[in-house]
Design a protein around this ligand. Structure first.
Ligand code: NAP
Ligand code: ZN
Length: 307
């Protein structure tokens, strides 16, 4: 076990307010945080690093930032994916300590999640991101009887273990359209990695909102002038397992694509569920946006759909 995440969350998913913790200081939680993380490496987002305002002692402090500066003694991490991949393969423990952006990014790499659930009424502007809960199983639960902070009416510590990661099969090899695509699918299948969950890997992100991203299809269909994929930022296989906020922001991202590319006419379809039936090459739900090549009118875009 090499990457773990630790977070304190209110009843409504609250984790931050005005760059601080919504409840201020909770001694019982802090004690546990220090006990678990001391002597190990910690990774945080640049905003969390600024809000802490100092190095966490007895811990190697890594700070994710695209271009910001970090305090002397802290180590800036620019390539978050490469960094997490390296730690995942090492036998040292790395704690991802927030905030929201970092938890969301690191979920695919983490094997353990420590959550402190705090009861009380808290104001918040930052929330714990939605996790793929089917990947996680709660392995321990402890309640803390004493609350030093008068705003807090209950404290429960939960330990979660990653049980599955991605479900097999992740790829439908018979849907590959080129040898290159088949080879890439075989490589990812062996590594048990979802191409869309490791979204920085290959595709250039063209547009995004909080829950969806739009990438160019690495392997566009023949006779397309434009071939985009609209992909949720979490590994869902169907619309019904998606939280409301994902479903609600879907048409918004499609409309953004229309505006961005000034699309007057395009085809748009989604593959949902079992790849063997939908013709999809990857299990992670996704939609296609396709504009045909106007110079190839006699050669329509051919798509293999439900079987
Ligand atoms: N309750 C808890 O347990 C807990 C724990 C931690 C934090 N918090 C709270 O959470 C809030 C902060 O969370 P947040 O989501 O706003 O910010 P954050 O995750 O702490 O930091 C976001 C920053 O991390 C960097 N970053 C994100 N993704 C990256 C990537 N792929 N590659 C490189 N750098 C990347 C970027 O820094 P640059 O902008 O510099 O590029 C980004 O602005 C605060 O209110 C804090 O108090 C709560
Ligand atoms: Zn995925």
């Amino acid at each position: 076990m090499t990457i773990a995440m630790i977070v304190a969350v209110g009843q409504n998913g609250e984790i931050g307010q005005n760059r601080e913790l919504p409840w201020g200081h909770v001694a019982e939680d802090m004690k546990r945080f220090v006990r678990l993380t001391s002597g190990h490496a910690v990774l945080m987002g640049r905003k969390t690093h600024e809000s802490i305002g100092r190095l966490l002692p007895n811990r190697q402090n890594f700070v994710a930032t695209r271009q910001g500066t970090v305090l002397p003694g802290a180590i800036a991490v620019h390539d978050l994916q490469a960094f997490l991949e390296t730690w995942r393969d090492s036998d040292q423990l790395l704690w991802v300590i927030g905030g929201a952006e970092l938890y969301s990014y690191a979920e695919a790499y983490a094997q353990r999640l420590e959550i402190t659930r705090l009861s009380g009424n808290f104001q918040a502007d930052t929330f714990f991101p939605s996790m793929n809960w089917s990947w996680w199983e709660r392995s321990n639960l402890e309640s803390e009887p004493s609350f030093s902070n008068p705003q807090v009416t209950g404290i429960v510590f939960q330990t979660w273990k990653k049980v599955s990661g991605w479900q097999s099969p992740l790829y439908n090899h018979s849907a590959a359209r080129t040898d290159e695509q088949r080879a890439e699918m075989e490589r990812l299948e062996q590594a048990i990695e979802c191409h869309f969950c490791f979204r920085d890997r290959a595709d250039e992100i063209i547009l995004e909102n909080a829950h969806w991203l739009v990438v160019k299809n690495t392997f566009p269909y023949a006779n397309t002038a434009l071939h985009l994929l609209v992909v949720p930022k979490k590994h869902y296989l169907s619309l019904s397992e998606m939280p409301d906020e994902f479903r609600q922001s879907y048409l918004e991202i499609v409309a953004t694509v229309e505006g961005h590319f000034e699309l007057k006419a395009y085809s748009h379809f989604m593959r949902v569920g079992t790849m063997a039936r939908t013709g999809a090459s990857i299990a992670h739900l996704h939609a296609h946006i396709i504009v045909g090549n106007p110079d190839a009118q006699d050669e329509p875009v051919r798509v293999k759909l439900a079987t």
